[in-house]
Write a protein that binds this ligand. Structure first.
Ligand SMILES: O=P(O)(O)OC[C@H]1O[C@H](O[C@H]2O[C@H](CO)[C@@H](O)[C@H](O)[C@H]2O)[C@H](O)[C@@H](O)[C@@H]1O
Length: 464
């Protein structure tokens, strides 16, 4: 209010802010400090901008009955909710309903029933109901100047627009009533529980991180004995390994493979019955450098767009050369999110662009990632790309390129060479690896696998 009266002196003497301070739920030094600061601010503003008979701020620092609050809402031209952190704040909804009124209220206020209604809301972008109220003016409450400007716009706005905004607000609130939310929660619950009786429960973790997860009946906990005995029985094997999160723990600082991983891969590759492939979304230069000691290892980079059968073979591309002109659209959008998300970076690969937020604040990073995903999907809707989120990343890659292509390609090479595998092991950790799993599992019924082939599609860590 102080800022508004300074920025827009024309409102001095004309407006009043009624600050309803809900009684504090706790006690202590912090609460006392906030109360003292509030009282001091009110005193200062009223001293500076008030005059006899006019106090610009009225602080109500006592419990109010609900009907008393409604009385304030009914007459308020604008409702201001500027919490810096909150849950599902319902005050804006109560304000809208109060402003819509009813016949009794119309009579009391001497209004015609057909008189148009208005409600103006200035709300913090951090409150739960903020995205649902499309007619509200959203603000960052930390930015006091912009809150003051938003209050000014709310007061200045033309009457027809105020009415239009109220119509929007009221339509939303009256259609999303308690019955609507109850039905929608029940539907979600039913959908989630539909197959619950068919699911199998597993206890995982220890101590405080112990939890029970319900998984598909086809899910099997990997048994080392089973896999080793299947491996020993088999004669031709296809082994597909993802890199980040699978061969390399996600939290590692040094992302290059350990000498132990290189040794294990080389010992798998030495067996002439094995076809071993590293299938990663990383760039071809990175994986080529990291696995330069693995002569017989097949490499698939950038989700399989680039493929190399052995270290000394040429790189092939799985699909026709990718058009990357879309990068000119995607890059500036990612740049915007990088500037506003401390710790985030952009990775520019040959065929794809990645926004990484591993080093940003995890909560803020994941909020920004959700927003960026939507933003990119809308600006790239007509481009031949797909936008996906992964472990602390949002990635744009050419349409049709997936790790599933690598699995298909490998199985078809083996089939052409009449060496269809009777053992397939595929290990991954995120959604992009599910494409490989799908291909190998659906191939079980087809000619690309030997009859009675043993297939292991394994997720490391949490099932996506
Ligand atoms: O297919 P993968 O081998 O699992 O690769 C997935 C992504 O790996 C890399 O990102 C990961 O490491 C980054 C740091 O180097 C980190 O910022 C990010 O959060 C991790 O997901 C790679 O940079 C991405 O291009 C790959 O898509």
């Amino acid at each position: 209010m102080e800022q508004l009266l300074m920025q827009h002196p024309e409102w001095q003497g004309k407006i009043v802010l009624v600050q309803i301070a809900n009684p504090a739920r706790g006690k202590g030094k912090d609460v006392k400090e906030v109360q003292a600061e509030t009282n001091a601010a009110v005193k200062r503003i009223n001293k500076t901008f008030g005059k006899p008979g006019y106090d610009p701020v009225v602080l109500i620092d006592a419990p109010l009955k609900f009907y008393e609050k409604v009385a304030y809402y009914v007459v308020a031209e604008c409702c201001l909710v500027t919490a810096v952190r909150d849950g599902m704040n319902l005050i804006p909804y109560e304000y809208i309903i109060s402003r819509q009124g009813n016949d009794r209220l119309n009579k009391l206020l001497g209004q015609e029933p057909s008189a148009p209604k208005k409600s103006m809301l200035v709300i913090s972008e951090f409150i739960g109901c903020s995205p649902s109220l499309s007619g509200a003016i959203r603000v960052n409450p930390w930015n006091i100047e912009s809150v003051a400007d938003a209050m000014d716009s709310a007061l200045e706005m033309a009457e027809p627009e105020k009415q239009l905004r109220h119509e929007k607000h009221y339509r939303y609130v009256s259609t999303h009533d308690v019955g609507y939310w109850a039905r929608s929660f029940l539907q979600d619950l039913e959908r989630t529980c539909r197959d619950h009786s068919k699911r199998r429960c597993w206890g995982i973790g220890f101590g405080l991180s112990f939890r029970v997860v319900a998984l598909d009946p086809n899910f099997k906990k990997l048994s080392l004995e089973r896999i080793v005995s299947a491996y020993k029985r088999s004669t031709t094997r296809a082994i597909l390994l993802d890199y980040d999160g699978t061969l390399m723990p996600q939290a590692s600082i040094d992302k290059s493979p350990s000498s132990k991983s290189i040794d294990i891969i080389n010992s798998l590759c030495r067996d002439k019955n094995n076809m071993v492939f590293l299938v990663s979304a990383r760039s071809r230069n990175t994986v080529a450098e990291w696995f330069s000691e693995c002569e017989k290892l097949g490499l698939a980079a950038e989700h399989g767009y680039f493929l190399r059968l052995t270290r000394d073979a040429e790189w092939e591309t799985c699909v026709p050369v990718a058009d990357i002109t879309w990068k000119q659209i995607a890059e500036p959008v990612m740049q915007l999110y990088t500037e506003t998300t401390d710790g985030s970076t952009i990775e520019d690969k040959e065929t794809s662009l990645v926004w990484c937020y591993e080093d940003a604040d995890p909560d803020f990073g994941s909020c920004q990632a959700k927003e960026l995903l939507d933003h990119l999907e809308s600006v790239l809707a007509n481009e031949p790309v797909t936008v996906k989120s992964g472990q602390s990343i949002v990635e744009v890659k050419p349409q049709g390129v997936s790790k599933g292509l690598v699995a298909k390609h490998l199985l078809s090479i083996m089939q052409e060479n009449e060496t269809s595998p009777d053992f397939v092991l595929c290990i991954g950790d995120d959604r992009s690896d599910e494409d490989m799993f799908e291909v190998i599992v659906t191939s079980m019924a087809g000619p690309s696998l030997a009859q009675n082939a043993e297939v292991f599609a394994c997720t490391v860590g949490r099932k996506p």
